[in-house]
Design a protein around this ligand. Structure first.
Ligand SMILES: C[S@@+](CC[C@H](N)C(=O)[O-])C[C@H]1O[C@@H](n2cnc3c(N)ncnc32)[C@H](O)[C@@H]1O
Length: 372
């Protein structure tokens, strides 16, 4: 996530507890929502202060310049309050005290005693970590993993943001082969195709902050969208394939890829993993195999993971990346992973097993290129 933010040209000011804070002007708010692939939500930080009591929380909140952000008709509420290692821990009390403090401030500033809240929505989120309160406005709305392309899903889909983050953890790039033999709704192939073709993930959806005309000029959104359109690589050829044993699921994956505008870049086909083959070298498997949520499914896992191991062994000089919560993965694949990383797939603790293949040789430099 940090790298993506820096690639967009912003300076990171702190990283704590799963949140990355960066500095930017108002256009950063639009660009971050539209361009970041691995983030769930972009928050606008209104203020930070320490609070050891509800009085501190009330006064600290009231001291912030709310009238500069919330118009007189704003509909605002604290949609979420989370606390960690702090004196204040009751989320519902934090939510109501923060709201009351803002109302108090706005009553004084606007000289009114009642707000009908009939205007645009300004949801707030409060984070308290080690007694430090961060009050933020949620610019995103529906989480960023909702790109808009996944109209239908197969069973146990991986989130789009996690799929993108895992692909970006591997050395895969658009010039290398990528196969997902358990593609389900097609999330890995679609995210990879979008990365390869430079298609910004938030181009086809809406954000809460689009209605904040007092804060974000419409022009900022148009500029960010036009920047995203200019960046798309139209003329591109990639070798990305998605397979699944279930024909209905493959149809869903195709429909989703069409929706994302990348169906021409992916070959989807119904095929069991036991029949996985590829004639070329140096490809990547990136996949999320079944991990057996139900008992009867669990009994089939040793055979299934044996088949994954055999299919992988048949491929020449490939790398294989699996996210799964099945703890006997290496045993049945018959191979120890070169790297392993604990990762949460939603609420489920999983591992990202990484079996690394060799790098392809560098293309030979021709005599004419060598002279340049
Ligand atoms: C955990 S889901 C993958 C979800 C996918 N990543 C997504 O985002 O929708 C596992 C998939 O493996 C498929 N599957 C189960 N057994 C298989 C087999 N032997 N060969 C190929 N696919 C299989 C299932 O149909 C299911 O779609």
């Amino acid at each position: 996530m940090k790298k993506e933010i820096m690639d967009l040209g912003y300076e990171i000011v702190r990283v704590s507890d799963g949140r990355v804070t960066f500095k930017g002007d108002i256009s950063a708010l639009c660009r971050a929502n539209i361009f970041l692939r691995t983030t769930e939500r972009i928050m606008l930080c209104v203020g930070r202060f320490n609070a050891y009591s509800f009085d501190d929380l009330f006064e600290g909140t009231k001291a912030l310049p709310w009238e500069e952000l919330l118009p007189r008709d704003a509909k605002f509420w604290v949609s979420k309050a989370t606390t960690k290692n702090s004196k204040l821990f009751s989320s519902s009390d934090i939510q109501s005290i923060v709201k009351k403090a803002i109302v108090e401030r706005l009553k004084q500033k606007y000289g009114v005693s009642w707000f009908d809240e009939s205007g645009s929505e300004y949801p707030l989120r409060v984070f308290i970590h080690k007694d430090e309160v961060s009050i933020t406005l949620d610019t995103t709305g529906e989480s960023l993993h909702k790109r808009g392309y996944r109209q239908l899903t197969a069973k146990a889909p991986i989130s789009e943001t996690l799929a993108a983050a895992l692909i970006m953890l591997t050395p895969w790039n658009k010039n290398r082969i990528l196969v997902d033999p358990f593609c389900g709704s097609g999330t890995f192939p679609i995210e990879a195709a979008m990365i390869g073709a430079n298609i910004a993930p938030g181009m086809n959806r809406e954000f809460t902050a689009e209605n904040w005309k007092n804060i974000v000029d419409k022009k900022c959104w148009y500029q960010a969208i036009s920047e995203a359109q200019d960046m798309i690589t139209e003329d591109i050829d990639m070798d990305i394939q998605g397979y699944d044993i279930d024909g209905d699921v493959v149809r869903i994956a195709r429909a989703n890829a069409r929706e994302a505008g990348v169906d021409h870049l992916i070959h989807f086909q119904q095929r069991p993993v036991s029949e996985l083959r590829h004639p070329k070298k140096y490809g990547f498997i990136i996949t999320n195999p079944p991990y057996g949520e139900r008992l009867e499914e669990k009994s089939a896992l040793p055979e299934l993971y044996r088949q994954i191991g055999e299919a992988y062994a048949r491929l020449d000089a490939w790398s294989c990346y699996l996210i799964t919560s099945y703890t006997d993965t290496e045993r049945y694949m018959g191979r120890k992973a070169d790297k392993n990383r604990k990762i949460y797939n939603g609420m489920i603790q999983a591992y990202f097993y990484q079996f690394l293949g060799p790098k392809p040789p560098r293309p030979a430099v021709t005599a004419s290129q060598a002279r340049v």
